[in-house]
Structures are given as structure tokens and as C-alpha cells.
Design a protein around this ligand. Structure first.
Ligand SMILES: *Cc1c(COP(=O)(O)O)cnc(C)c1O
Length: 471
């Protein structure tokens, strides 16, 4: 199995060569040369497997440069009931006939990003040890990504994390989650500014190639192929829980931001998992809904990017979307490069509405979409609590709202639960007039000692900090 860039870079790479990478050198994203196909016999064999074994089977189809015994051990070490709360790892819960929630948020940071990041932590530690190298991960977060990365990398050999976040702007619970970590290899840098300032600093530091090389700077952002691959597994696990035989289909609705999660669903479907629709749910930041309705992909400016009550979906562009467009265009790398390179850089948009291939997004690839607003979230959280006694978070509420518009009798709809309500307490109070449920073991984390350094929004301060904490 080799990986290629969506923009046509001729070099083919093996899994471990791209494991620690973000973008391909030509600015494209990595995808496998071809999607491995699953047969009916394979699905039948996989149906009864524990999650860690299922993960091993799927990952094995994509990773040929880690010995199978090692890969199996990495999966077994990652997907445990101790870390994810249940033996099923991603238990499916029926809400009503034909509508299910798949719980992806019972990992250490209570959001689905743990599903991939926990594996990434173990893969990084393994590969860095094999190479005898070290890596300093520099990131920017407004909440979920940073905490998932820190909990995945804490205590890992060969890895340090330097995570910037906007000072005073994350929820008290999110701050407590990150800043209470006392591990020597985890560094919280609270930047006096907004999230964009943090992101600009990360970009500026990464663009300083001498510094980047000298201090071995890396990232763990959502375009990393290994993260996406890890997410493919729970589409299979959800399918097996919702069906009894392989001639049944299911659909998925996915609360979407950067198109990473639902892109993993696309990969699962391309492998032959019997998926009907892949429904992309957005909040008021509806870049993706607009595309799937009209064919127009229009990157939003800062003034057009809304701060919402489902903040992990507040995006101005969808950084993984290029992967799907590459497939939609029949893997025409030159055209993908023109759309995401020249056209986005020039006009900030491209339009496939008139292209015959655009219709295939729905007909051949199963995509549908919808949008949800703050009022929809409140109503959906309230309704789900009143009718089913189930408390859902704001992102999952966006998913459930949009899913309801896409139900088809005979095809179960699985809504991916992407976070737990405790992470977004303010909106739960607004919707339900009560405090969100708090998982056992997290009582009082807001009062734990905090390890965080506050810095002005200046890249040289961040670089100095890294340089003096690298040994
Ligand atoms: C990251 C995140 C999303 C968006 O996922 P993408 O892979 O960026 O589409 C949705 N919900 C929650 C809670 C998240 O943390």
C-alpha cells in the first residue's frame, strides 16, 4: 500500500513515511493509491471481533511497514475498556425506531477526537523509538483538539507537546482538562489573544524552516492520514451493531467541521461498507452544506465565520475536503491542484455546480447535507432529554437535527455523538435549565493545580519557550 498526494506529487510513500507529516510537499493531502476492498466473507468474519481486533484488521490493509504483531499490540494497548469506558468502545444506543447514537466520546477528553488521537500517541511513540528520533508537537487549539492531543501524548517517550490556546477563552472545564496535566512533556501556552493569533503563531514558527528542523517541530492536525484512518474503524463498528447481516445498509450523520470525521466515513464506504447516505451536518458555518446543495465551495472570511454554541464546527474552510473532491473528480490531480491551489488562492472559491461530476456526490458517493442553528440545537437537546432521557451535547444536537430530515424507512440512521454535554455546559443550562451530567472521576477538576504559561501573542516568545524546554 502506497500513498499519493491529491495534487499529483509523483513520489509514492509508505505509511510510516507520512505518519508524522501533515501536508504533502506539493501542498496536497495524502490518500492511499487505491482503497482496499472488503468482501462479504471479511465483513462476516469481522462482525464478531472486539474493537481492538477490528481496528487491527482494518489498519493492516493500509499499513505494511509495521510488523503485524507490533500493530496488533498497538491496537490492543489503545482501545481498552479502561480508557474508553466500555468493552464495546463505541456502544450504539437506540433513540427511537431507526435512529441511533454511536458513542464516540467516552475517551479521556470526552470528545471523538480521542478515538484517533489515542492511537496516534502510541504510533508516534513506536515510530520515534524505532527511528531514534524525537518530536516536538506544536499546536493551536480552542478546545477539543488540544486536549485530545495532550492526553494522547502525555508521558510518551520521544514526544513533547507545546499547545497554544487563547488566554481565558476556553470554557472552565476545557481549561481544567488541559491545564491540570502535570506531565513533564506537556506544555500549555495561553496566548493573550484569540484563536487566530495562536494559529498564526503556529504557522509562523512552522514556516521558519531552520527552527523547524533544529527543534524537530511537528503537528497533529486533522489532515494527518493516520488520524483519519483510525476513524474509519468506528464506521464498521457502528454498522455491525446496527445490522444482523451484510445485505443491510445503514446511513450515518456526522457533525462536521474540517470534514475529517465524515471523510473517514467516505473511506469506509469506498472500501465496500454497505453505507446508504453520508449526511454532513453543519452549524451556522455552512461551507460544506452549501457545497453539497449547490456545488459552490466558498471559503469564508473572518467576518463571515460565526462563533456558535457548537464551537468545534466553527470553520471558515474544511481542511480535509480536498480528499473527497480528488475522488469526486476521478482522481484528477491536476484539476484538484487548480481548484484548491489557484482558484482558492485567487477567488477564495470554486464552483462545480455546472459540472456533470457534481451530481455524483449524491448519487455515487451517497452524500447529503443539512444545517442547524442555535435555536435548533436548543430544541433538539430539550426534545431528546424530554422524550428519551438522553442528554446530548451541542454538536451531536446539530447532527440529530439534520439526521431527522434525511431518514428513510428501512435504513437505520446512525448519528455520531462527537462530544459529551459537560464540555458545553453553558448551552445545556440554557436548553434544560440544569447542570450537565459529569462523568465519574471528573468531579472538581476545576480546582486542581494548573500548569500553564501565559505569553503575549508574539512568535519569538513561543520560540524562546520551546528552545528552553527541549531537553
Ligand atoms: C472536531 C469536532 C467536530 C468536527 O469534526 P471534523 O472532523 O473537523 O469534521 C465535531 N464535533 C466535535 C465535538 C469536535 O470536537
Amino acid at each position: 500500500m502506497f500513498y499519493v498526494s491529491t495534487r499529483g506529487d509523483p513520489q509514492r510513500r509508505a505509511f510510516c513515511e507520512i505518519l508524522l507529516e501533515g501536508l504533502a510537499p506539493d501542498g496536497g493531502l495524502y490518500l492511499p493509491k487505491a482503497y482496499p476492498q472488503v468482501s462479504d466473507a471479511m465483513l462476516t468474519r469481522w462482525r464478531g471481533l472486539p474493537y481492538a481486533e477490528l481496528a487491527f484488521e482494518i489498519l493492516s490493509l493500509y499499513i505494511h511497514d509495521i510488523p503485524p504483531a507490533d500493530l496488533r499490540a498497538l491496537c490492543a494497548k489503545t482501545y481498552t475498556a479502561q480508557v474508553f469506558g466500555t468493552e464495546e468502545i463505541v456502544p450504539l444506543r437506540k433513540l427511537e425506531d431507526g435512529v441511533y447514537l454511536e458513542a464516540l466520546s467516552n475517551g479521556p477528553t470526552l470528545a471523538f477526537k480521542d478515538m484517533a488521537m489515542q492511537l496516534l500517541g502510541n504510533l508516534f511513540e513506536y515510530e520515534l523509538a524505532r527511528r531514534g528520533e524525537e518530536l516536538n508537537i506544536l499546536g493551536a487549539t480552542s478546545g477539543d483538539t488540544g486536549s485530545a492531543a495532550e492526553y494522547a501524548m502525555r508521558g510518551k517517550k520521544g514526544v513533547r507537546v507545546f499547545m497554544t490556546s487563547p488566554h481565558g477563552r476556553m470554557s472552565p472545564f476545557q481549561q481544567a482538562q488541559m491545564f491540570s496535566l502535570q506531565d513533564a512533556n506537556i506544555h500549555n501556552l495561553a496566548i493573550r489573544g484569540v484563536f487566530d493569533d495562536c494559529q498564526d503563531i503556529v504557522k509562523a514558527v512552522s514556516n521558519d524552516l531552520d527552527f523547524k528542523r533544529k527543534y524537530r517541530i511537528g503537528t497533529v492536525n486533522s489532515i494527518n492520514w493516520a488520524r483519519l484512518l483510525a476513524q474509519v474503524v468506528y464506521y464498521f463498528a457502528g454498522y455491525f451493531q446496527a445490522t444482523r447481516s451484510n445485505d443491510q445498509k445503514v446511513s450515518f450523520t456526522v457533525p462536521s467541521g474540517n470534514f475529517g470525521n465524515v471523510c473517514a466515513g467516505h473511506v469506509a464506504r469506498m472500501m465496500g461498507l454497505p453505507v446508504g447516505k453520508l449526511v454532513v451536518a453543519t452549524n451556522e458555518n455552512d461551507v460544506l452544506d452549501e457545497f453539497f446543495r449547490t456545488g459552490l465551495y466558498r471559503v469564508r472570511g473572518a467576518a463571515d465565520t460565526h462563533e456558535t454554541s457548537s464551537p468545534s464546527m466553527d470553520i471558515s474552510k474544511a481542511s480535509n475536503f480536498e480528499r473527497f473532491v480528488f475522488d469526486l473528480l476521478g482522481r484528477d490531480a491536476a484539476r484538484t491542484k487548480d481548484l484548491f491551489g489557484a482558484q482558492i488562492a485567487g477567488k477564495g472559491q470554486f464552483d462545480l455546480g455546472e459540472d456533470a461530476l457534481f451530481a455524483e456526490a449524491a448519487t455515487r458517493y451517497g452524500f447529503a447535507s443539512g444545517k442547524s442553528t442555535h435555536a435548533d440545537r436548543l430544541a433538539t437537546i430539550r426534545d431528546t432529554w424530554q422524550r428519551f432521557g438522553t442528554m446530548i451535547d451541542t454538536h451531536t444536537a446539530d447532527g440529530l437535527k439534520v439526521a431527522r430530515g434525511q431518514l428513510k424507512s428501512g435504513t437505520p440512521m446512525i448519528v455520531l455523538e462527537t462530544a459529551l454535554p459537560i464540555k458545553f455546559a453553558e448551552t445545556i443550562r440554557e436548553a434544560l435549565g440544569m447542570e450537565p451530567e459529569r462523568p465519574a472521576g471528573l468531579e472538581g477538576i476545576e480546582t486542581l493545580p494548573k500548569k500553564v504559561t501565559v505569553l503575549d501573542a508574539d512568535k519569538t516568545l513561543v520560540m524562546d519557550y520551546i528552545a528552553s524546554h527541549c531537553n
